[in-house]
Design a protein around this ligand. Structure first.
Ligand code: ZN
Length: 202
């Protein structure tokens, strides 16, 4: 359980993990505690994520908290004037500038809490995540449960085959898998693809 340090200085917290690991729930939990403490809070998310609602951060278990969709990481700096806490959801979708923005906010005395996917559907580090993870003071890595074997899941497996890194969706498109089951799934998809190419060329 993450307990807030009692300091007036700024810092960066990262909550990361696969899909269905409870990242947004954990972000909301921390932000709600800050609301109780009467702190000034700014909550943003990238404009790209319109899965559930334009303005709210909504987690898969439907608890929500109002947030502002922003286009670019630079926009956050201006909006963060006078804030004690800045929360960022789906941080992996932001541009590379987001790392520097987080660092600047922390230097200004802000507590910065970001949540996002650490890996994309191919198992590769997602967007600016590696950089943010490196400079953060606190990192919490959450796990889902592998739907194949019941072990801890670290990977987001895409059940349909498309090559776009960003394919918004939920349980219809993705499932949480452990490393082994993720690898097996990828091999199966590749084999199926080869099979299809083989039959169509004959
Ligand atoms: Zn598994």
């Amino acid at each position: 359980m993450f307990l807030e340090p009692q300091a007036k200085k700024g810092w960066i917290e990262v909550v990361c993990g696969s899909m269905f690991s409870g990242k947004t729930e954990e972000l909301i939990r921390r932000l709600k505690r800050a609301q109780i403490a009467n702190l000034n809070i700014l909550i943003v998310k990238p404009k790209i994520d319109v899965r559930y609602d334009e303005k709210d951060i909504v987690s898969h278990d439907a608890s929500s908290i109002p947030s502002i969709p922003v286009q670019s990481s630079q926009d956050i700096l201006e909006m963060a004037e006078g804030m004690d806490i800045v929360g960022v959801d789906e941080v992996q979708f932001f541009d590379e500038g987001i790392t520097q923005v987080c660092e600047q906010l922390a230097l200004q005395g802000c507590r910065v809490i970001v949540a996002g996917l650490d890996m994309d559907y191919t198992g590769k580090p997602f967007g600016p995540m590696p950089q943010i993870l490196a400079v953060a003071e606190y990192v919490t890595k959450l796990h889902a449960i592998c739907v194949q074997c019941g072990y801890l899941a670290s990977h987001s497996f895409r059940k349909i085959k498309t090559s776009q890194q960003i394919e918004l969706g939920s349980q219809d498109i993705y499932e949480a898998r452990c490393r082994i089951c993720f690898d097996e799934g990828q091999r199966q998809q590749e084999a199926m693809l080869r099979e299809r190419q083989h039959t169509s060329s004959n």
